[in-house]
Design a protein around this ligand. Structure first.
Ligand code: SF4
Ligand code: SF4
Length: 410
């Protein structure tokens, strides 16, 4: 990456210094929730319980690092603080409400990570491992085989002259293939002209979030080349992380606007339900809580995708949607973002467990989300919560899979 594509030290320092240490980002604002029990929003602060892990502490540390106020050395404590932020953006959302300074805490975290990685400090060992896999085989899971073994409709494989490019993403493509199958069956049933490419590679999100920027520009340019080659004018995503990265990070890295339109599958489904092209007729008889993925909500500010997934759920026959205290801008991260699931798995699982407990306490029997990576985190959280509560694990399901079931599919 070129220097222009990184946030400059000056910009990072300006952001860090604009934090007034009011501490309001430790909790959701009372105007959003009245429940004290479900008011914590910073996963890192909640788990580690020390000021340095909350946003103002991170800003203090960033200031000291940027001004070289202490000799930076490879210390486990420093590494843990810097790489434990899930980059969920909860602090950023609260800050947006309480002041008009240019505080962008997630940018500060990502910028400081990149700066330290350049100096040989961090990332965490398993985060290094996924970066090595991306360098080697273009995906963080180290998979070297055929990418699209899951495809059910063969005519869509590497289809040329297409309207829509389905960007599957590595987590869906290699670990949650039922989401890819559900997405393509929704596209098929609504008559979309789409293509799934065997040449798609990692979008760069795991590297950007953990400050490992060396290989990012190559990934972005190669993906753009492959998408352009397909002729598609629109790219559709079922992974919230890929969606955020392409919409928000790629233009910054490319230095120009994207040469195609973008849409998340939840937006597509809501649109097709409204037009009558997507029909669900199997009653699901569920009490559903919806978990807002950070990457589909706060990270997409000011175009957060909050209403469309709820519209889709509200149209599933026989289902009832229950509200959580921490929703939309105030959502509690699933605990997996920012490289935390790989780097600090116990902490990630603890946060996911808390999130699942919240859904259970609100009367849900099913926890639905719209991101494969949140599904992964919440599934682990549901197992842990069930072990501790002695209850049956809450069902965790991704929205396209639920829609497919309600359409009469498997
Ligand atoms: S990040 Fe914003 S909300 Fe949090 S302490 Fe700083 S100024 Fe206050
Ligand atoms: S981005 Fe999330 S985890 Fe990181 S400091 Fe802000 S609220 Fe905490």
């Amino acid at each position: 990456m070129t220097v222009e594509q990184k946030l400059t030290r000056e910009k990072l320092l300006e952001s860090a210094l604009s934090c007034v240490h009011c501490g309001l980002c430790y909790h959701t604002l009372p105007s959003i929730t009245e429940s004290e029990k479900f008011s914590d929003t910073c996963p890192a602060g909640l788990y580690f319980g020390f000021d340095a892990y909350f946003s103002p502490g991170r800003n203090e540390l960033a200031r000291a690092i940027l001004r070289e106020e202490f000799p930076i050395r490879d210390s486990k404590a420093l590494e843990q603080i810097i790489f434990s932020c899930t980059t969920c953006g909860a602090c950023e959302a609260t800050c947006r409400y309480v002041n008009d300074t240019n505080v962008l805490p997630v940018h500060v975290t990502e910028g400081i990570r990149a700066l330290l990685v350049e100096q040989g400090i961090g990332p965490l060992p398993s985060q290094k491992k996924f970066a090595d896999s991306i360098r080697r085989v273009d995906n963080p899971y180290g998979e070297s085989g055929e990418r699209n073994t899951w495809i059910e409709n063969d005519s869509k494989r590497d289809k040329a002259d297409t309207d829509v490019f389905y960007f599957v993403g590595c987590t869906t493509g290699y670990r949650y293939q039922d989401i890819a199958k559900a997405t393509t069956s929704i596209l098929d049933s609504t008559g979309a002209d789409y293509s799934v490419s065997s040449k798609e590679i990692c979008c760069g999100s795991p590297l950007i979030r953990t400050g490992q920027l060396d290989d990012v520009e190559r990934l972005v340019r190669e993906n753009v080349r492959v998408i352009n080659e397909s002729g598609a004018g629109t790219v559709i995503f079922s992974c919230a992380g890929c969606y955020r990265t392409v919409v928000k990070d790629w233009p910054r890295i490319l230095g120009e606007p994207l040469p195609f339109e973008t849409i998340h599958i939840t937006q597509y489904m809501a649109e097709k339900i409204s037009s009558g092209d997507l029909k669900m007729n199997q009653p699901m008889n569920m009490r559903i809580a919806y978990h807002d993925p950070c990457h589909l909500g706060r990270h997409m500010f000011p175009d957060a995708v909050y209403d469309e997934p709820r519209q889709v759920i509200d149209n599933i026959p026989g289902s009832e949607r229950v509200s959580l205290d921490r929703e939309k801008d105030a959502t509690l991260c699933c605990g997996s973002g920012g490289g935390v699931k790989a780097g600090l798995p116990e902490y990630a699982e603890y946060i996911a467990k808390l999130r699942v407990s919240e859904a259970r306490e609100k009367g849900a029997d099913t926890f639905v989300t719209a991101c494969p990576f949140c599904v992964r985190g919440l599934e682990d959280g549901a197992k842990k919560e069930a072990l501790e509560s002695g209850e049956k694990p809450l069902e965790v399901i991704e929205l396209t899979e639920l829609v497919r079931k309600s359409m009469g599919g498997n």
